[in-house]
Write a protein that binds this ligand. Sequence first.
Ligand code: 13P
Length: 333
Amino acid sequence: MSIQNELLSTIQDLVQPGRGILAADESHPTIAKRFKAVGVESTEDKRREYRSLLFSTPGLGEFISGVILFEETLGQNSLDNAPMAKLLESQGIVPGIKVDKGKKPLINAPGDEITYGLDGLDDRLEIYKNQGARFAKWRAVYNISDTLPSHQAVEANAEMLARYAALCQSIGIVPIVEPEVLINGNHTIERSADVNEAVIAEVFNALRRHRVQLETMILKPSMVTPGNGCAKASPEEVAEATLRVFRRVVPAAVPGINFLSGGQTPEEATLNLNAMNSLGQQPWSLSFSYGRALQEPAQKAWAGILDNGPAAQEATLKRARLNSAASCGSYKV
Ligand code: 13P
């Protein structure tokens, strides 16, 4: 298949009505934090057990079109001794891979951060593709304050995202472009809207500069919400603010916007997505690419005990089903 046809067929498999993406690509420190919250020590075996249970949830493929894996998981076998990518494929789910190397402080920009990982990425992408990954993810992170993020951070992170996306497309891997404006802080929803607009506008400037094909990428943004130190906005307010920003800065050529959950509770993330999809047809599909909001209930149910597998799978399927409904605007509390 030509590179272009590979990209198009992966987009067709990922962006489908009533289906979304499961982000299960937590780095070692992040998964250790999530496991600790349910009293489990993070070892290679435990990570394998948990993720294997998650991905073998019966019926998961009805609601989940793609799963983002961490590098370790892509190289692991499931509890049934099949490669994890094969397990996902058997569920009708496209395997993907997080390819960034995490964030560090941006030099000469106090409070801002920059994502690392471009060096050697071309070689790594070839390896991941041979292991079965058909899409990738790179996350840029923006802290909000009255003065952050700086122009310097907005421009530098956009440049990294665009170079990553161009590289992915050149070898037939669909890039998920993730500019995460963090929820941490006391900022208002208006401030979140202003920052998201500036950040996403600059991301698309950079994507254009690097000739990234918009039709074969997915945007993974934050929703526009007040900071987590403020009173919450209603789902209708979040939906209105988010879509106002996106209509201004996300070209209609982009097929799918798959939101991160970013510290919203599972219920909030479902309600907010549903509110957006209740506002009628948009130029792009609006779905989910949740990590915590899909996995938290499953992690609690599992609690590190293999016999709790069926309960964990039931909890996974429930959130996947409810978010699927929300991606169609048909979720009922
Ligand atoms: P959350 O939905 O937990 O924010 O995770 C999504 C993700 O992939 C962050 O990079």
